[in-house]
Write a protein that binds this ligand. Structure first.
Ligand code: ATP
Ligand code: MG
Length: 567
Protein backbone atom coordinates (compact mmCIF):
# COMPACT_ATOMS: atom_id res chain seq x y z
CA UNK A 1 0.00 0.00 0.00
CA UNK A 2 1.44 3.38 -0.97
CA UNK A 3 1.49 6.30 1.45
CA UNK A 4 -0.68 8.43 -0.75
CA UNK A 5 -3.33 5.74 -1.22
CA UNK A 6 -5.79 7.15 -3.71
CA UNK A 7 -4.66 10.39 -5.33
CA UNK A 8 -8.27 11.38 -5.98
CA UNK A 9 -9.18 10.92 -2.31
CA UNK A 10 -6.16 12.94 -1.22
CA UNK A 11 -7.21 15.76 -3.48
CA UNK A 12 -10.55 15.94 -1.72
CA UNK A 13 -9.24 15.76 1.83
CA UNK A 14 -5.83 17.35 1.74
CA UNK A 15 -4.98 20.48 3.64
CA UNK A 16 -1.67 21.88 4.87
CA UNK A 17 -3.05 22.27 8.39
CA UNK A 18 -3.30 18.54 8.83
CA UNK A 19 0.32 18.17 7.74
CA UNK A 20 1.26 20.71 10.40
CA UNK A 21 -0.66 18.62 12.91
CA UNK A 22 1.06 15.45 11.76
CA UNK A 23 4.33 17.26 12.54
CA UNK A 24 3.01 18.70 15.83
CA UNK A 25 3.55 22.21 14.57
CA UNK A 26 1.40 25.03 15.86
CA UNK A 27 1.07 28.29 13.98
CA UNK A 28 3.40 30.95 15.33
CA UNK A 29 5.41 28.46 17.37
CA UNK A 30 9.03 27.37 16.95
CA UNK A 31 9.80 25.50 13.74
CA UNK A 32 13.36 24.41 12.97
CA UNK A 33 14.22 22.00 10.17
CA UNK A 34 17.39 20.88 11.99
CA UNK A 35 15.30 19.75 14.94
CA UNK A 36 12.74 17.99 12.75
CA UNK A 37 15.36 16.00 10.86
CA UNK A 38 17.25 14.72 13.91
CA UNK A 39 16.02 15.44 17.48
CA UNK A 40 12.39 14.77 16.73
CA UNK A 41 13.15 11.46 15.04
CA UNK A 42 15.14 10.40 18.13
CA UNK A 43 12.28 11.46 20.39
CA UNK A 44 9.98 9.28 18.29
CA UNK A 45 11.93 6.19 19.30
CA UNK A 46 14.25 5.99 16.29
CA UNK A 47 17.49 7.19 17.90
CA UNK A 48 19.33 4.01 16.91
CA UNK A 49 17.95 3.78 13.40
CA UNK A 50 20.45 4.48 10.62
CA UNK A 51 20.09 7.97 9.20
CA UNK A 52 22.99 7.94 6.75
CA UNK A 53 25.04 5.31 4.99
CA UNK A 54 27.82 7.09 3.14
CA UNK A 55 30.13 5.46 0.63
CA UNK A 56 32.96 6.79 -1.49
CA UNK A 57 34.29 5.69 -4.86
CA UNK A 58 36.56 3.03 -3.42
CA UNK A 59 33.74 1.43 -1.45
CA UNK A 60 34.85 2.75 1.93
CA UNK A 61 31.76 3.52 3.96
CA UNK A 62 30.52 5.10 7.20
CA UNK A 63 27.22 4.74 9.00
CA UNK A 64 25.46 7.16 11.33
CA UNK A 65 22.35 6.68 13.42
CA UNK A 66 19.80 9.45 13.95
CA UNK A 67 21.21 9.98 17.43
CA UNK A 68 24.76 10.26 16.12
CA UNK A 69 23.52 12.70 13.52
CA UNK A 70 21.68 14.65 16.20
CA UNK A 71 24.85 15.04 18.27
CA UNK A 72 27.11 15.83 15.30
CA UNK A 73 24.73 18.49 14.00
CA UNK A 74 24.61 19.95 17.53
CA UNK A 75 28.38 19.98 17.58
CA UNK A 76 28.58 21.90 14.32
CA UNK A 77 25.86 24.32 15.39
CA UNK A 78 27.63 24.97 18.66
CA UNK A 79 30.97 25.53 16.97
CA UNK A 80 29.50 28.05 14.53
CA UNK A 81 27.68 29.85 17.31
CA UNK A 82 30.86 30.08 19.40
CA UNK A 83 32.65 31.65 16.46
CA UNK A 84 30.21 34.53 16.76
CA UNK A 85 28.24 33.68 13.64
CA UNK A 86 24.78 35.11 14.05
CA UNK A 87 21.34 33.84 13.13
CA UNK A 88 20.56 35.04 9.62
CA UNK A 89 24.22 34.94 8.54
CA UNK A 90 24.88 33.03 5.34
CA UNK A 91 27.15 30.05 5.71
CA UNK A 92 28.33 28.34 2.58
CA UNK A 93 28.78 24.58 2.27
CA UNK A 94 31.49 23.92 -0.29
CA UNK A 95 32.29 20.24 -0.09
CA UNK A 96 32.07 17.00 -1.96
CA UNK A 97 29.24 14.71 -0.90
CA UNK A 98 30.87 13.86 2.43
CA UNK A 99 28.99 13.46 5.74
CA UNK A 100 30.13 16.92 6.89
CA UNK A 101 28.14 18.45 4.03
CA UNK A 102 24.89 16.83 5.14
CA UNK A 103 25.38 17.39 8.85
CA UNK A 104 26.79 20.87 8.27
CA UNK A 105 23.55 21.78 6.51
CA UNK A 106 21.45 20.77 9.51
CA UNK A 107 23.95 22.26 11.98
CA UNK A 108 23.67 25.64 10.27
CA UNK A 109 19.87 25.50 10.49
CA UNK A 110 20.03 24.51 14.16
CA UNK A 111 21.95 27.68 15.04
CA UNK A 112 19.68 29.88 12.94
CA UNK A 113 22.08 30.45 10.06
CA UNK A 114 21.13 30.42 6.38
CA UNK A 115 22.66 27.45 4.60
CA UNK A 116 24.13 28.24 1.19
CA UNK A 117 25.09 24.97 -0.50
CA UNK A 118 27.28 25.22 -3.60
CA UNK A 119 28.76 22.59 -5.91
CA UNK A 120 32.31 21.80 -4.81
CA UNK A 121 33.20 21.48 -8.49
CA UNK A 122 32.63 25.21 -9.00
CA UNK A 123 35.74 27.14 -9.94
CA UNK A 124 36.90 30.27 -8.09
CA UNK A 125 34.90 32.65 -10.27
CA UNK A 126 31.57 30.82 -9.84
CA UNK A 127 32.18 30.58 -6.12
CA UNK A 128 33.08 34.23 -5.89
CA UNK A 129 29.95 35.61 -7.54
CA UNK A 130 27.70 33.65 -5.18
CA UNK A 131 29.64 34.45 -2.01
CA UNK A 132 29.77 38.09 -2.94
CA UNK A 133 26.09 38.24 -3.83
CA UNK A 134 25.09 36.61 -0.54
CA UNK A 135 27.60 38.49 1.64
CA UNK A 136 28.50 35.09 3.06
CA UNK A 137 30.00 35.14 6.59
CA UNK A 138 31.61 31.68 6.70
CA UNK A 139 32.42 28.78 4.44
CA UNK A 140 32.84 25.13 5.37
CA UNK A 141 35.12 23.32 2.97
CA UNK A 142 37.72 20.62 2.40
CA UNK A 143 41.44 20.99 2.05
CA UNK A 144 41.28 20.13 -1.63
CA UNK A 145 38.99 23.08 -2.35
CA UNK A 146 40.78 25.55 -0.12
CA UNK A 147 42.91 26.86 -2.99
CA UNK A 148 39.80 28.20 -4.73
CA UNK A 149 38.70 30.00 -1.57
CA UNK A 150 42.14 31.50 -0.98
CA UNK A 151 42.19 32.82 -4.52
CA UNK A 152 39.10 34.99 -4.02
CA UNK A 153 39.27 35.78 -0.32
CA UNK A 154 40.83 39.18 -0.72
CA UNK A 155 37.74 40.53 -2.43
CA UNK A 156 35.26 39.08 0.05
CA UNK A 157 35.34 41.37 3.08
CA UNK A 158 32.27 39.69 4.63
CA UNK A 159 33.87 36.26 4.73
CA UNK A 160 35.24 35.95 8.26
CA UNK A 161 35.70 32.21 8.82
CA UNK A 162 36.87 29.32 6.70
CA UNK A 163 36.32 25.94 8.31
CA UNK A 164 38.45 23.12 6.93
CA UNK A 165 36.94 19.75 7.83
CA UNK A 166 39.87 17.52 6.88
CA UNK A 167 43.01 19.53 7.58
CA UNK A 168 45.93 17.14 7.81
CA UNK A 169 48.52 19.69 8.86
CA UNK A 170 50.50 19.20 5.66
CA UNK A 171 50.34 22.90 4.86
CA UNK A 172 49.88 25.60 7.48
CA UNK A 173 46.46 27.19 7.62
CA UNK A 174 46.24 30.90 7.12
CA UNK A 175 44.43 33.76 8.72
CA UNK A 176 40.64 33.09 9.06
CA UNK A 177 41.17 29.37 8.40
CA UNK A 178 40.23 26.90 11.13
CA UNK A 179 40.68 23.16 11.35
CA UNK A 180 37.33 21.70 12.31
CA UNK A 181 36.94 17.95 12.77
CA UNK A 182 33.28 17.15 13.19
CA UNK A 183 33.96 13.83 14.88
CA UNK A 184 36.86 14.94 17.07
CA UNK A 185 35.31 18.01 18.64
CA UNK A 186 33.72 17.62 22.06
CA UNK A 187 30.33 16.11 21.26
CA UNK A 188 27.48 18.43 22.19
CA UNK A 189 24.75 16.29 23.65
CA UNK A 190 22.41 19.20 24.24
CA UNK A 191 22.26 22.30 22.09
CA UNK A 192 19.77 25.05 22.43
CA UNK A 193 18.31 25.08 18.95
CA UNK A 194 17.60 28.52 17.55
CA UNK A 195 13.89 29.25 18.00
CA UNK A 196 13.17 29.89 14.35
CA UNK A 197 9.57 30.17 13.28
CA UNK A 198 7.83 29.46 9.99
CA UNK A 199 9.11 32.55 8.18
CA UNK A 200 12.70 32.45 9.42
CA UNK A 201 15.10 32.16 6.44
CA UNK A 202 16.65 28.70 6.12
CA UNK A 203 18.33 28.01 2.81
CA UNK A 204 19.67 30.20 0.02
CA UNK A 205 19.75 28.12 -3.14
CA UNK A 206 21.06 29.37 -6.45
CA UNK A 207 19.14 28.22 -9.51
CA UNK A 208 20.83 25.99 -12.06
CA UNK A 209 21.65 28.78 -14.51
CA UNK A 210 20.11 26.93 -17.44
CA UNK A 211 18.43 30.01 -18.87
CA UNK A 212 20.70 32.77 -17.59
CA UNK A 213 22.58 34.10 -14.60
CA UNK A 214 21.69 32.00 -11.53
CA UNK A 215 19.32 33.62 -9.05
CA UNK A 216 19.48 33.09 -5.28
CA UNK A 217 16.14 31.65 -4.15
CA UNK A 218 15.51 32.36 -0.49
CA UNK A 219 13.62 29.70 1.47
CA UNK A 220 12.23 29.60 5.01
CA UNK A 221 11.83 26.91 7.68
CA UNK A 222 8.14 26.49 6.84
CA UNK A 223 9.23 24.73 3.61
CA UNK A 224 9.53 21.64 5.78
CA UNK A 225 5.77 21.11 5.69
CA UNK A 226 5.74 20.63 1.91
CA UNK A 227 9.08 18.81 1.71
CA UNK A 228 8.03 16.34 4.38
CA UNK A 229 4.67 15.45 2.90
CA UNK A 230 5.81 15.35 -0.74
CA UNK A 231 8.69 13.03 0.19
CA UNK A 232 6.10 10.85 1.86
CA UNK A 233 3.57 10.87 -0.97
CA UNK A 234 5.66 11.13 -4.12
CA UNK A 235 8.80 9.26 -3.10
CA UNK A 236 6.53 7.04 -1.02
CA UNK A 237 9.16 6.75 1.72
CA UNK A 238 8.22 4.11 4.26
CA UNK A 239 9.74 2.90 7.51
CA UNK A 240 12.02 0.21 6.08
CA UNK A 241 13.07 1.95 2.91
CA UNK A 242 16.69 2.51 1.98
CA UNK A 243 16.57 5.63 -0.09
CA UNK A 244 19.03 7.07 -2.58
CA UNK A 245 18.79 10.58 -4.03
CA UNK A 246 21.54 10.93 -6.62
CA UNK A 247 21.52 14.75 -6.59
CA UNK A 248 24.31 16.85 -5.12
CA UNK A 249 23.06 19.32 -2.46
CA UNK A 250 24.47 22.10 -4.66
CA UNK A 251 21.21 21.57 -6.53
CA UNK A 252 17.90 21.98 -4.71
CA UNK A 253 16.94 18.34 -5.25
CA UNK A 254 19.91 17.36 -3.10
CA UNK A 255 18.63 19.36 -0.13
CA UNK A 256 14.81 19.20 -0.39
CA UNK A 257 14.91 15.46 -1.12
CA UNK A 258 18.50 14.56 -0.24
CA UNK A 259 18.31 15.97 3.30
CA UNK A 260 15.08 17.53 4.55
CA UNK A 261 12.28 15.38 3.08
CA UNK A 262 13.73 11.94 3.84
CA UNK A 263 15.14 12.74 7.28
CA UNK A 264 12.02 14.56 8.45
CA UNK A 265 10.31 11.25 7.62
CA UNK A 266 12.90 9.34 9.67
CA UNK A 267 14.16 7.40 6.64
CA UNK A 268 17.59 5.81 6.13
CA UNK A 269 19.33 7.35 3.18
CA UNK A 270 22.48 6.45 1.28
CA UNK A 271 24.96 8.78 -0.33
CA UNK A 272 27.47 7.79 -2.99
CA UNK A 273 30.35 10.23 -3.18
CA UNK A 274 31.73 9.13 -6.51
CA UNK A 275 31.62 10.02 -10.17
CA UNK A 276 29.15 8.37 -12.48
CA UNK A 277 29.57 5.06 -14.17
CA UNK A 278 26.62 2.75 -14.76
CA UNK A 279 28.40 -0.13 -13.07
CA UNK A 280 29.30 1.93 -9.99
CA UNK A 281 25.69 2.99 -9.58
CA UNK A 282 24.29 -0.50 -10.02
CA UNK A 283 26.82 -1.91 -7.58
CA UNK A 284 25.76 0.71 -5.06
CA UNK A 285 22.08 -0.19 -5.46
CA UNK A 286 22.94 -3.86 -5.07
CA UNK A 287 25.30 -3.51 -2.09
CA UNK A 288 23.18 -1.03 -0.17
CA UNK A 289 19.90 -2.71 -1.13
CA UNK A 290 18.37 0.57 -2.28
CA UNK A 291 14.58 0.47 -2.41
CA UNK A 292 13.63 4.00 -3.51
CA UNK A 293 15.71 5.84 -6.06
CA UNK A 294 15.33 9.53 -7.05
CA UNK A 295 17.36 10.58 -10.07
CA UNK A 296 17.32 12.78 -13.17
CA UNK A 297 16.75 12.32 -16.91
CA UNK A 298 20.38 13.05 -17.77
CA UNK A 299 21.48 10.18 -15.56
CA UNK A 300 18.75 7.94 -16.91
CA UNK A 301 19.82 8.69 -20.48
CA UNK A 302 23.43 7.94 -19.50
CA UNK A 303 22.28 4.59 -18.10
CA UNK A 304 20.30 3.91 -21.27
CA UNK A 305 23.43 4.63 -23.29
CA UNK A 306 25.24 1.82 -21.45
CA UNK A 307 22.41 -0.53 -22.28
CA UNK A 308 21.34 -3.70 -20.54
CA UNK A 309 24.66 -5.52 -20.20
CA UNK A 310 25.71 -3.83 -16.90
CA UNK A 311 22.21 -4.30 -15.48
CA UNK A 312 22.51 -8.04 -15.88
CA UNK A 313 25.67 -8.12 -13.78
CA UNK A 314 24.02 -6.80 -10.62
CA UNK A 315 21.14 -7.75 -8.43
CA UNK A 316 18.78 -4.79 -8.43
CA UNK A 317 15.83 -6.65 -6.96
CA UNK A 318 15.70 -4.43 -3.85
CA UNK A 319 14.36 -1.51 -5.93
CA UNK A 320 10.64 -0.85 -5.57
CA UNK A 321 10.01 2.79 -6.55
CA UNK A 322 11.79 5.12 -9.01
CA UNK A 323 11.36 8.86 -9.48
CA UNK A 324 12.91 11.48 -11.73
CA UNK A 325 13.24 15.26 -11.76
CA UNK A 326 15.08 18.12 -13.40
CA UNK A 327 14.33 17.87 -17.08
CA UNK A 328 11.57 16.45 -19.19
CA UNK A 329 11.54 12.69 -18.96
CA UNK A 330 10.90 11.40 -22.44
CA UNK A 331 8.45 8.56 -22.97
CA UNK A 332 11.20 6.32 -24.30
CA UNK A 333 13.02 6.51 -20.94
CA UNK A 334 9.87 5.61 -19.04
CA UNK A 335 9.23 2.58 -21.25
CA UNK A 336 12.87 1.55 -21.09
CA UNK A 337 12.95 1.59 -17.29
CA UNK A 338 9.85 -0.57 -17.14
CA UNK A 339 11.47 -2.95 -19.54
CA UNK A 340 14.87 -3.26 -17.89
CA UNK A 341 14.16 -2.69 -14.18
CA UNK A 342 10.57 -3.85 -14.20
CA UNK A 343 9.74 -0.46 -12.66
CA UNK A 344 8.64 2.82 -14.15
CA UNK A 345 10.39 6.10 -13.47
CA UNK A 346 7.81 8.49 -12.03
CA UNK A 347 8.43 11.97 -13.38
CA UNK A 348 8.15 14.96 -11.03
CA UNK A 349 8.28 18.65 -11.90
CA UNK A 350 9.42 21.49 -9.66
CA UNK A 351 12.02 24.24 -9.38
CA UNK A 352 14.54 25.78 -7.02
CA UNK A 353 11.91 28.46 -6.49
CA UNK A 354 9.09 26.07 -5.63
CA UNK A 355 11.20 24.22 -3.03
CA UNK A 356 9.18 21.04 -3.35
CA UNK A 357 7.46 18.90 -5.97
CA UNK A 358 4.59 20.69 -7.72
CA UNK A 359 3.44 18.24 -10.40
CA UNK A 360 4.09 14.54 -10.36
CA UNK A 361 3.15 10.98 -11.10
CA UNK A 362 2.09 9.24 -7.90
CA UNK A 363 2.42 5.61 -6.89
CA UNK A 364 -0.67 3.79 -8.07
CA UNK A 365 -1.74 6.47 -10.54
CA UNK A 366 -2.00 5.66 -14.24
CA UNK A 367 1.21 6.79 -15.90
CA UNK A 368 1.11 8.32 -19.33
CA UNK A 369 4.71 8.09 -20.56
CA UNK A 370 5.98 11.56 -21.46
CA UNK A 371 3.57 13.36 -19.13
CA UNK A 372 4.67 15.07 -15.91
CA UNK A 373 1.52 13.93 -14.15
CA UNK A 374 -0.81 15.99 -11.97
CA UNK A 375 -0.53 18.70 -9.27
CA UNK A 376 0.48 17.67 -5.79
CA UNK A 377 -2.52 17.72 -3.42
CA UNK A 378 -2.62 21.18 -1.84
CA UNK A 379 -1.03 22.73 -4.91
CA UNK A 380 -3.18 24.58 -7.41
CA UNK A 381 -1.39 24.35 -10.73
CA UNK A 382 -2.70 25.12 -14.18
CA UNK A 383 -1.71 26.28 -17.64
CA UNK A 384 -2.35 29.95 -18.43
CA UNK A 385 -2.56 31.80 -21.70
CA UNK A 386 0.79 33.03 -23.01
CA UNK A 387 -0.40 36.62 -23.24
CA UNK A 388 -3.37 37.15 -20.91
CA UNK A 389 -2.18 34.81 -18.16
CA UNK A 390 -5.73 33.59 -17.71
CA UNK A 391 -6.16 29.84 -17.16
CA UNK A 392 -6.77 28.17 -20.51
CA UNK A 393 -10.27 26.87 -20.93
CA UNK A 394 -9.42 24.34 -23.61
CA UNK A 395 -7.27 21.28 -23.20
CA UNK A 396 -4.41 20.54 -25.58
CA UNK A 397 -3.47 24.21 -25.92
CA UNK A 398 0.06 25.28 -25.05
CA UNK A 399 0.47 27.91 -22.35
CA UNK A 400 2.58 28.65 -19.28
CA UNK A 401 2.68 26.51 -16.16
CA UNK A 402 1.30 28.60 -13.30
CA UNK A 403 0.94 27.92 -9.59
CA UNK A 404 -1.32 29.66 -7.07
CA UNK A 405 1.03 31.36 -4.57
CA UNK A 406 1.00 30.48 -0.91
CA UNK A 407 2.28 26.90 -0.72
CA UNK A 408 4.64 26.30 2.23
CA UNK A 409 7.92 25.85 0.35
CA UNK A 410 7.51 28.79 -2.00
CA UNK A 411 10.65 30.94 -2.21
CA UNK A 412 10.22 34.22 -0.37
CA UNK A 413 12.43 36.35 -2.60
CA UNK A 414 15.43 36.30 -4.92
CA UNK A 415 18.40 37.43 -2.89
CA UNK A 416 19.22 41.05 -3.74
CA UNK A 417 16.69 40.92 -6.53
CA UNK A 418 13.20 41.63 -5.31
CA UNK A 419 12.28 43.11 -8.69
CA UNK A 420 12.81 39.89 -10.59
CA UNK A 421 10.99 38.04 -7.81
CA UNK A 422 7.95 40.28 -8.17
CA UNK A 423 8.01 39.92 -11.94
CA UNK A 424 7.30 36.18 -11.58
CA UNK A 425 3.86 36.83 -10.14
CA UNK A 426 1.28 37.83 -12.73
CA UNK A 427 -2.47 37.93 -12.50
CA UNK A 428 -2.46 36.12 -9.15
CA UNK A 429 -0.25 33.28 -10.37
CA UNK A 430 3.38 32.34 -9.94
CA UNK A 431 4.63 31.85 -13.51
CA UNK A 432 7.22 29.06 -13.69
CA UNK A 433 8.66 30.03 -17.08
CA UNK A 434 7.86 26.65 -18.62
CA UNK A 435 5.37 25.79 -21.34
CA UNK A 436 2.97 22.87 -21.20
CA UNK A 437 -0.50 21.77 -22.12
CA UNK A 438 -3.17 19.94 -20.16
CA UNK A 439 -5.09 16.94 -21.40
CA UNK A 440 -8.69 15.98 -20.70
CA UNK A 441 -7.75 13.96 -17.65
CA UNK A 442 -5.77 16.82 -16.11
CA UNK A 443 -2.29 15.50 -16.94
CA UNK A 444 0.42 18.06 -17.68
CA UNK A 445 2.49 17.68 -20.86
CA UNK A 446 5.75 19.59 -20.92
CA UNK A 447 6.61 21.48 -24.11
CA UNK A 448 9.79 23.38 -23.27
CA UNK A 449 11.14 26.28 -21.33
CA UNK A 450 9.60 29.52 -22.38
CA UNK A 451 13.04 30.71 -23.56
CA UNK A 452 13.73 27.57 -25.58
CA UNK A 453 10.60 27.50 -27.71
CA UNK A 454 11.33 27.86 -31.42
CA UNK A 455 9.30 30.15 -33.64
CA UNK A 456 9.46 28.81 -37.16
CA UNK A 457 7.40 30.83 -39.63
CA UNK A 458 4.97 31.79 -36.87
CA UNK A 459 4.56 28.21 -35.61
CA UNK A 460 5.84 27.39 -32.16
CA UNK A 461 7.86 24.23 -31.74
CA UNK A 462 8.77 22.92 -28.30
CA UNK A 463 12.19 21.27 -28.17
CA UNK A 464 10.93 18.42 -26.00
CA UNK A 465 8.69 17.02 -28.75
CA UNK A 466 11.56 16.92 -31.24
CA UNK A 467 14.12 15.65 -28.75
CA UNK A 468 11.75 12.89 -27.62
CA UNK A 469 11.32 11.71 -31.21
CA UNK A 470 15.07 11.75 -31.76
CA UNK A 471 15.68 9.76 -28.59
CA UNK A 472 13.49 6.99 -29.91
CA UNK A 473 16.12 6.29 -32.56
CA UNK A 474 18.55 3.59 -31.50
CA UNK A 475 21.65 5.63 -32.37
CA UNK A 476 20.75 8.73 -30.34
CA UNK A 477 22.09 9.01 -26.80
CA UNK A 478 21.28 12.67 -26.20
CA UNK A 479 19.93 15.56 -28.18
CA UNK A 480 19.27 19.27 -27.90
CA UNK A 481 17.06 21.16 -30.30
CA UNK A 482 17.34 24.91 -30.83
CA UNK A 483 16.19 27.57 -33.25
CA UNK A 484 18.68 28.65 -35.88
CA UNK A 485 18.31 31.89 -37.87
CA UNK A 486 16.56 31.60 -41.20
CA UNK A 487 15.87 34.39 -43.69
CA UNK A 488 12.40 33.12 -44.58
CA UNK A 489 11.02 31.46 -41.48
CA UNK A 490 12.80 33.57 -38.88
CA UNK A 491 13.98 30.37 -37.22
CA UNK A 492 14.29 26.76 -38.24
CA UNK A 493 14.82 23.72 -36.07
CA UNK A 494 18.36 22.49 -35.61
CA UNK A 495 19.25 19.34 -33.68
CA UNK A 496 22.50 18.62 -31.89
CA UNK A 497 22.97 14.92 -31.34
CA UNK A 498 25.39 12.83 -29.30
CA UNK A 499 25.48 9.26 -30.54
CA UNK A 500 25.57 6.05 -28.56
CA UNK A 501 28.79 4.03 -28.64
CA UNK A 502 29.18 1.99 -31.86
CA UNK A 503 27.34 4.48 -34.05
CA UNK A 504 29.25 6.57 -36.59
CA UNK A 505 28.61 10.30 -37.12
CA UNK A 506 28.19 9.91 -40.86
CA UNK A 507 25.82 11.39 -43.45
CA UNK A 508 24.22 7.96 -43.67
CA UNK A 509 23.38 8.04 -39.94
CA UNK A 510 21.95 11.54 -40.37
CA UNK A 511 19.75 10.37 -43.19
CA UNK A 512 18.52 7.39 -41.23
CA UNK A 513 17.64 9.57 -38.26
CA UNK A 514 15.83 12.06 -40.51
CA UNK A 515 13.81 9.29 -42.15
CA UNK A 516 12.99 7.84 -38.76
CA UNK A 517 11.63 11.06 -37.28
CA UNK A 518 9.79 12.13 -40.42
CA UNK A 519 7.03 9.70 -39.48
CA UNK A 520 6.86 11.02 -35.92
CA UNK A 521 6.93 14.78 -36.37
CA UNK A 522 5.01 17.37 -38.29
CA UNK A 523 6.94 18.91 -41.22
CA UNK A 524 7.32 22.15 -39.23
CA UNK A 525 8.97 20.43 -36.30
CA UNK A 526 11.40 18.53 -38.53
CA UNK A 527 14.99 19.62 -37.98
CA UNK A 528 16.44 21.30 -41.03
CA UNK A 529 19.88 20.43 -39.82
CA UNK A 530 21.55 17.85 -37.64
CA UNK A 531 24.96 18.35 -36.10
CA UNK A 532 26.75 15.53 -34.34
CA UNK A 533 28.60 16.45 -31.15
CA UNK A 534 30.55 14.39 -28.61
CA UNK A 535 28.48 15.75 -25.75
CA UNK A 536 26.02 18.52 -24.99
CA UNK A 537 26.70 21.52 -22.75
CA UNK A 538 25.11 20.92 -19.36
CA UNK A 539 24.78 22.57 -15.98
CA UNK A 540 26.25 20.93 -12.89
CA UNK A 541 22.76 19.67 -12.12
CA UNK A 542 22.73 17.90 -15.49
CA UNK A 543 20.47 20.20 -17.47
CA UNK A 544 21.06 20.77 -21.14
CA UNK A 545 22.00 24.41 -21.76
CA UNK A 546 20.29 25.06 -25.06
CA UNK A 547 20.98 28.77 -24.73
CA UNK A 548 24.70 28.14 -25.35
CA UNK A 549 24.00 26.23 -28.54
CA UNK A 550 21.49 28.84 -29.64
CA UNK A 551 23.90 31.71 -28.96
CA UNK A 552 26.46 30.00 -31.16
CA UNK A 553 23.95 29.68 -33.99
CA UNK A 554 22.97 33.34 -33.70
CA UNK A 555 26.52 34.59 -33.20
CA UNK A 556 25.56 36.08 -29.85
CA UNK A 557 27.35 36.39 -26.53
CA UNK A 558 26.98 33.16 -24.60
CA UNK A 559 26.28 34.89 -21.27
CA UNK A 560 26.79 33.39 -17.83
CA UNK A 561 28.61 30.06 -17.87
CA UNK A 562 29.26 29.77 -14.15
CA UNK A 563 27.25 26.56 -13.85
CA UNK A 564 28.60 24.91 -16.99
CA UNK A 565 29.88 21.44 -16.33
CA UNK A 566 33.26 21.25 -17.97
CA UNK A 567 34.77 17.93 -17.13
P1 ATP B 1 17.67 28.87 -14.20
O1 ATP B 1 16.39 29.24 -13.51
O2 ATP B 1 18.86 29.50 -13.53
O3 ATP B 1 17.65 29.03 -15.67
P2 ATP B 1 16.87 26.13 -13.90
O4 ATP B 1 15.50 26.63 -14.16
O5 ATP B 1 17.34 24.97 -14.71
O6 ATP B 1 17.93 27.30 -13.97
P3 ATP B 1 16.20 24.68 -11.52
O7 ATP B 1 15.37 25.42 -10.55
O8 ATP B 1 17.19 23.71 -11.00
O9 ATP B 1 16.99 25.73 -12.36
O10 ATP B 1 15.29 23.87 -12.52
C1 ATP B 1 13.90 24.07 -12.69
C2 ATP B 1 13.52 23.86 -14.12
O11 ATP B 1 13.89 22.54 -14.54
C3 ATP B 1 12.05 23.95 -14.41
O12 ATP B 1 11.63 25.27 -14.54
C4 ATP B 1 11.94 23.15 -15.70
O13 ATP B 1 12.33 23.92 -16.83
C5 ATP B 1 12.95 22.06 -15.50
N1 ATP B 1 12.31 20.83 -14.97
C6 ATP B 1 12.38 20.34 -13.72
N2 ATP B 1 11.70 19.19 -13.61
C7 ATP B 1 11.17 18.95 -14.83
C8 ATP B 1 10.33 17.92 -15.37
N3 ATP B 1 9.95 16.90 -14.65
N4 ATP B 1 9.97 18.03 -16.67
C9 ATP B 1 10.37 19.09 -17.43
N5 ATP B 1 11.15 20.07 -16.97
C10 ATP B 1 11.55 20.01 -15.70
MG1 MG C 1 14.57 28.39 -13.54
Amino acid sequence: MSNIGSYEEQLKNFNWRSVEQELDHQTGKVLNIGYYCSDRICQNGKADKLALIWEDFSGEFKKYTFNEMRILTNTIANYLKNLGIKPGDRICLFMDKIPELYFGFLGILKMGGIAQPLFSAFGGESLFTRLEDAGTAAIITQKKHLGKVRQILENLPHLKHILVVDDDGSKPLRDKELAFFMEKETPIEKFEIYPSTAETPSVLHYTSGTTGKPKGAQHVHYSLIAQYISAKYVLDLQENDIYWCTADPGWVTGTSYGIIGPWANGITQCVLDSGFTAERWYKFIQDRKITVWYSAPTAIRALMKEGEAPIKKYNLSSLRHLCSVGEPLNAEAVLWSKNVYGLTFHDSFWQTETGSIMISNYPGMKIKPGSMGKPFPGITATVVDLKTHEPLKKTGVVGLIAIKPGWPSMFRTYWNNERTYKSKFINGWYICGDRASLDEEGYFWFVGRDDDVINTGGHLVGPFEVESALLEHEAVAESAVVGKPDPINMEVVKAFIALKPNFEPTDMTKLEIMNFIRKRLSPLAMPQEIEFVDSLPKTRSGKIMRRLLRAKEWGEEIGDTSTLEND
